[in-house]
Design a protein around this ligand. Structure first.
Ligand SMILES: C[S@@+](CC[C@H](N)C(=O)[O-])C[C@H]1O[C@@H](n2cnc3c(N)ncnc32)[C@H](O)[C@@H]1O
Length: 489
């Protein structure tokens, strides 16, 4: 295994500058990078982000297999998406995926950030760099930030993620041990599993809580572990450090701010500091966070005192998945769930102009942005009848499903043709959708039993079929995924 790593390392693309390129990365969809969600998030912090219902340009810096932007491109055909990555294998996979989905509004560039000049890119409305800043060299990071600063429109938004020191303190040493073990010839997964077991036992004996990253050592793939830990430059940053780098490049912090949750005025006097970023660091350290996403823009906050001043963003709607509705009728999203349009979609406008939303409920709306079961949509919809046999409305959906057949069943995504929502379906619902088209609903129990790895209880199968008929089928029919067999689309 180590021989493989060394020989791949020998082919490291020029400009990788110590980033691990010995194996491909994982294929994931990240809903928090949906520009409709990003626009709402920016708006909550007083920044008028570019409209997402009109043409816009979205660039994903370090896109890996381009899974996220391919789904976004399918959901928003009026926008243009560009993915950039240094690894040829990622770009080949991304182009292949886009071609098989028939996408015309996404393109991929194989290049290192240092190799690109601003003129290689169009003016950008939305830029993202997810999983990049804490993993590349300072030179690569600076090249990335200069490139974004040169091409991002004044109102454009750059959303980034990075590791935070608080949640990774145990892992600084573990990463060293893992890297040394692999460099000494050990297989990555074997070394990770062994370290994970030894370390979690030691931590449990001390009565401390085992960090989620330790469990990752026990369960995650080679690809994830190698890209996370084996690069030369792995480094968690405080939020203020990232905001400082951004500011040096001409990109100003937009949000999110959490410091209102700290007793700010009194603490500020005690600490004699009035820099909000200081309190953001304090909040993130105090809550032991390991990962953070934040927004930047050349213009910074365009309307900090007029939060949500324009009540008509026009572009974004929200909806929740049937499972979420069933599970959480009285949770933190109940102002969405209780909305008269439940069963349809809620225009962001309604969420934003609600007087309560302005102050107390900002964090609740933010929670909606970060909830994977809350979907951003392109427009209104209503549930529709589809009780008997169904057919898929759109051949590209069948293609998307077949391309995802070998994914982890908890992680399969569907783009709704009528609304552009991107949803992850529970495995049972996915199986019915994938294998049940054209069949009588009487066959669904057999189909579920044959698809399940462990034979499900008869009660569980019955509950699942019940959920299909009462929740998921009307929801999927309203979203334009299925229609009654023989019906018109
Ligand atoms: C941790 S992965 C994150 C991928 C993707 N954004 C995601 O979150 O799934 C980092 C990606 O950045 C790419 N990358 C690393 N250094 C780069 C560079 N100098 N120029 C362009 N891409 C780079 C890698 O090939 C890899 O696909």
């Amino acid at each position: 295994m180590n021989i493989q790593v060394i020989s791949d390392r020998a082919q490291e693309p020029a400009g990788a500058d110590g980033y691990f390129t010995g194996n491909v990365y994982t294929r994931n969809y990240f809903h928090a990078f949906d520009p409709r969600k990003v626009a709402l998030e920016a708006r909550l912090f007083g920044h008028q982000a570019p409209a997402t219902d009109k043409p816009f340009v979205y660039v994903d810096f370090g896109c890996a297999f381009g899974f996220t932007i391919c789904l976004l491109a399918r959901a928003m055909p009026h926008a243009s998406f560009i993915g950039i990555d240094i690894m040829q294998r990622h770009i080949d996979g991304a182009r292949n995926f886009a071609r098989r989905l028939g996408l015309k509004n996404v393109r991929f560039i194989r290049a290192g950030f240092q190799e690109l000049a601003p003129d290689d890119l169009p003016p950008i409305d939305y830029a993202t760099a997810h999983g990049i800043l804490s993993w590349v060299s300072a030179d690569v990071r600076n090249a990335l930030l200069s490139l974004v600063a040169a091409r991002l429109k004044p109102e454009g938004i750059f959303k980034v993620s990075h590791n935070l020191p608080a949640g990774w303190s145990d892992m600084i040493g573990i990463r060293h041990l893992l890297k040394s073990s692999v460099e000494a010839g050990m297989d990555t997964q074997a070394a990770a599993r062994r370290l994970g077991q030894l370390f979690s036992r030691a931590i449990t004996q001390q009565g401390r809580t085992v960090a989620p990253q330790i469990n990752d050592l026990l369960s995650k793939s080679d690809s994830y572990l190698e890209h996370e830990y084996l690069g030369e430059h792995w480094q968690p940053f405080q939020l203020s450090e990232v905001a400082g780098m951004m500011s040096a490049a001409g990109l100003n912090f937009v949000g999110p701010y959490h410091s209102s949750q700290i007793e700010a005025p009194a603490d500020q006097r005690v600490l004699a500091v009035d820099d909000p970023m200081f309190f953001e660091d304090l909040y993130l350290i105090g809550s032991n966070r390991g990962f953070h996403m934040s927004l930047y823009s050349p213009a910074g906050q365009t309307a900090p005192d007029a939060l949500m001043a324009d009540p008509d963003p026009g572009e974004a709607w929200f909806s929740v998945s049937p499972d979420r509705v069933a599970r959480e009728k009285s949770g933190k999203l109940d102002h969405i769930l209780d909305h008269p349009a439940l069963g349809g979609a809620i225009p962001v406008r309604d969420m934003m102009t609600d007087a309560e939303t302005r102050a107390e409920r900002r964090n609740t709306v933010l929670a909606a942005v970060f909830d994977p079961a809350t979907y951003a949509l392109n427009g209104e919809w209503q549930p529709a009848e589809c009780d008997g046999a169904f057919e898929l409305t759109d051949p590209a959906l069948a293609r998307l499903m077949s391309l995802q057949r070998d994914r982890d069943p908890g992680d399969r995504y569907m783009v709704m043709p009528a609304t552009g929502a991107i949803a992850s379906l529970p495995p049972f619902m996915w199986w019915i959708l994938e294998r049940g088209a054209g069949q009588s609903p009487d066959t669904y129990p057999d189909l579920i039993r044959s698809a399940a790895v462990n034979t499900p209880e008869p009660d569980a199968v019955a509950r699942c079929i019940g959920r299909w008929h009462s929740q998921w089928a009307p929801w999927l029919a309203g979203q334009g995924v299925i229609r009654p067999q023989g019906g018109r689309g």
